[in-house]
Design a protein around this ligand. Structure first.
Ligand SMILES: [Zn+2]
Length: 701
């Protein structure tokens, strides 16, 4: 948890390098293009057409396959197998020259995660081994390939040999590793892994992160052997669910690439925007990219067919709005540049628009008053008592913040310093169950300075190793005491009701004609120091109807405990309200969450956007002034997140309080290209965005 001195020094020197690097090319990148070549594309790709397309999109960099599994150039590194179609060509070299001729930077792509059976005999130590010592095939079961072990010399010797060969021969600017670092590692009984703690434990994660940082910094050093401006970066996706300890890795990263290419299944609409918030929390303004797969992501999958243009557009829009650079990605260059070329037109349209307004996407800092905790340890190791994973608690609060049209940012649980929390008025802890004493102390310090805190369910009931505490780490902060073990019901049974005890309280505004509200599915029994505004009416049967009544319509157990301490307002929900809202979409927990947020903020809000529709909002101070991003999540494909077409929403009235005294010269809606009429009084600028089709950016200059 606590950084070692070595790590601290490394982080400090990286931070110094980062500030020096702020003007370097990799910190100015806003658009990246990629055609991910197959082995056979070497015979088919039209390199000039490929380079012309990306130049027309005004990308700053392209990614080109070096790989490691298949060599796209005439390599001399043993077991780096040349493409069967390479013949006498140097495909990688041709691509590099074509990009450079057009002023585009080059990122070499590596795939260190798999290797061919040909290497099994000479390098048995490279491979993941099952319990019987057999090599383990990839999840795709591609014949002849096996998984490589990241603790082996394949990563510390073979990959560096390839990097150095490419450095020596080509004008490259960066290296990227696909498929690594991967937290969901299979069990491995190879020589190198035998001494490691069991997979999936906090102890294993420490060893995993040690190795990730060792390799990441090794590859970065090798990249810099060519030029001080070169760098390495890896594959980081998975949003807040990633098991990679982002806060530990971030000081070593100049570039965070989120390989979060598209929606899968019934994933929420905000998949890319949320990823942007997660990366932003740890990168603090350094380069973050998110890959938009132009191909048909999800299941069933078509790697070589274009997805709906609307879906590709909203993904790129979310990427740009959340402060990430847009990385547009296609797979396959059959017959020159793909059998399906539909992806090219809408990709180019978006990227050209983005390039035209580049200065509005060069962000100085996010503007937000609410911090949502990123409880990575809980997300990685905690198990819900009910159905679903730990992520549902975060998603429920996230959904509520969108419904409330709030500006918010994630803060990482290991980054709760006064400096980090200073911009925020409210910190929300979405069932942050695993927290160390130190983390609790930092949250208390925030509250002591007048910050507001809201938490739910098991927040602080376990320490950073998952050991249960006798009482909440925040017992004092919220003025609560645990009186029993967590409890809940499943199946055809009434979940607990929240009984209104003080209808006059702000947190209960808008509830009329009822004494009972839908509570939550699970709860921790607690007593509150102060008289609770909501109490618990415990669960009772749901069938037969004759039995649907309770003998205990009222208890003195708190469902919501509110406390005003040292200027800060603190609220604790005994139930898992975030997760319950996420599962039920019942309006009661939603209204309770939103009312409580409003109460905690004391009604103060720097940016208010009023109008119809479900929007996700971002506000930034930019190179050009300020920008308010409005993502339109109204979608007639209500049964799935996927967009087949955009569903425009009407006028949005904006009240934007600038963070400092400046005179606005102009307000422009960048997507529609309209100049907006505005008024300014003091720091408050007011204007109306007439409509939002998919995405609008109101730029205040
Ligand atoms: Zn191993």
């Amino acid at each position: 948890m606590e950084w070692t001195r070595r790590e601290f020094l490394a982080a400090a020197s990286m931070a110094a390098a980062a500030s020096k690097a702020a003007e370097e090319w990799h910190q100015r990148v806003r658009r990246v293009g990629q055609v991910n070549f197959s082995e056979k594309d070497v015979a088919e790709a039209d390199v000039e057409a490929w380079a012309d397309y990306w130049a027309s999109c005004r990308v700053d960099a392209v990614q080109i396959n070096v790989t490691g599994m298949i060599a796209f150039y005439p390599t001399e590194v043993p077991f780096h197998k040349r493409s069967r179609w390479l013949g006498g060509r140097d495909f990688f070299g041709e691509c590099v020259r074509a990009a450079k001729k057009r002023g585009i930077r080059v990122i070499g792509r590596l795939s260190p995660d798999l290797q061919w059976e040909d290497a099994l005999e000479a390098h048995p130590e490279w491979f993941v081994r099952d319990r019987e010592g057999k090599p383990v095939p990839p999840f795709s079961r591609t014949p002849g390939l096996y998984q490589t072990c990241m603790f082996s010399t394949y990563f510390s010797e073979q990959t560096p040999a390839i990097l150095r060969e490419v450095n020596a021969r080509y004008d490259v600017d960066a290296f990227y590793a696909n498929g690594w670092p991967n937290w969901n590692l299979p069990e491995c009984w190879c020589e190198a892994c035998r001494g490691l703690p069991p997979r999936g434990t906090p102890e294993f994660r420490e060893a995993f992160m040690d190795r990730v940082i060792e390799l990441w910094t090794l590859y970065d050093r090798i990249a810099k052997e060519k030029s001080a401006e070169n760098l390495f970066f890896g594959n980081l996706g998975g949003g807040f669910r990633t098991g990679v300890d982002l806060q530990r890795l971030a000081p070593h990263c100049l570039w965070f690439n989120a390989d979060n290419q598209g929606r899968t299944g019934a994933a929420p609409v905000w998949g890319a925007a949320q990823q942007g918030r997660v990366a932003q929390a740890v990168m603090k303004g350094r380069t973050v990219t998110n890959v938009t797969g132009a191909w048909s992501t999800g299941s069933p999958m078509w790697r070589n067919a274009a997805k709906s243009p609307a879906e590709a557009e909203i993904w790129m829009a979310q990427t740009a709005a959340s402060g990430m650079a847009v990385w547009y990605h296609w797979l396959g260059a059959q017959t020159g540049l793909g059998e399906d070329r539909r992806w090219q037109e809408h990709g180019r349209r978006f990227l050209q628009w983005h390039a035209k307004h580049n200065a509005h996407f060069v962000n100085r800092r996010p503007l937000a008053g609410i911090a949502l905790l990123l409880p990575q340890r809980t997300q990685t190791f905690y198990t819900n008592p009910g159905e679903g994973d730990a992520g549902e608690h975060v998603q429920g609060w996230y959904a509520a913040l969108l419904e409330g049209r709030h500006l918010f940012g994630f803060v990482h649980e290991d980054d709760l310093s006064g400096d980090t929390l200073a911009p925020y008025r409210l910190l929300i802890l979405p069932n942050a169950a695993w927290l160390s004493d130190e983390q609790c102390r930092r949250v208390e310090a925030f509250a002591a300075q007048g910050g507001a805190v809201i938490a739910d369910f098991e927040t602080s009931l376990y320490d950073e190793r998952g050991r249960a505490r006798a009482d909440f780490g925040f017992a004092r902060l919220f003025g609560i005491r645990k009186t029993g073990e967590r409890t809940g019901v499943r199946g055809f049974y009434n979940s607990f009701y929240a009984r209104i005890e003080n209808a006059e309280h702000e947190a209960l505004r808008g509830f009329r004609n009822t004494r009972w509200l839908a509570g939550a599915e699970w709860r921790v029994p607690v007593r509150s120091e102060t008289a609770p505004v909501l109490t618990v009416a415990p669960p009772y049967p749901g069938y037969p109807t004759e039995a649907v009544f309770t003998e205990t319509p009222r208890t003195d157990e708190a469902a919501l405990a509110l406390r005003e301490a040292g200027g800060g307002r603190c609220a604790y929900f005994a139930g898992d309200v975030g997760r319950t809202f996420w599962r039920s979409f019942h309006p009661d927990p939603l209204r309770l969450m939103l009312n409580t947020i409003e109460w905690a903020l004391g009604g103060r809000r720097a940016v208010r956007v009023e109008g119809e529709g479900l929007l996700e909002l971002f506000a930034w101070e930019t190179e050009a002034g300020f920008a308010l991003h409005l993502l339109n999540y109204n979608n007639p494909q209500a049964h799935r997140g996927v967009y087949l077409k955009h569903s425009p929403v009407g006028a949005q009235r904006v009240r934007f309080e600038l963070p400092r005294e400046v005179k606005a010269r102009r307000v422009t809606a960048l997507r529609s290209g309209q100049a907006l009429r505005f008024s300014q009084r003091g720091r408050v600028v007011e204007f109306t965005v007439p409509a939002v089709t998919d995405y609008e950016v109101a730029a205040i200059e």
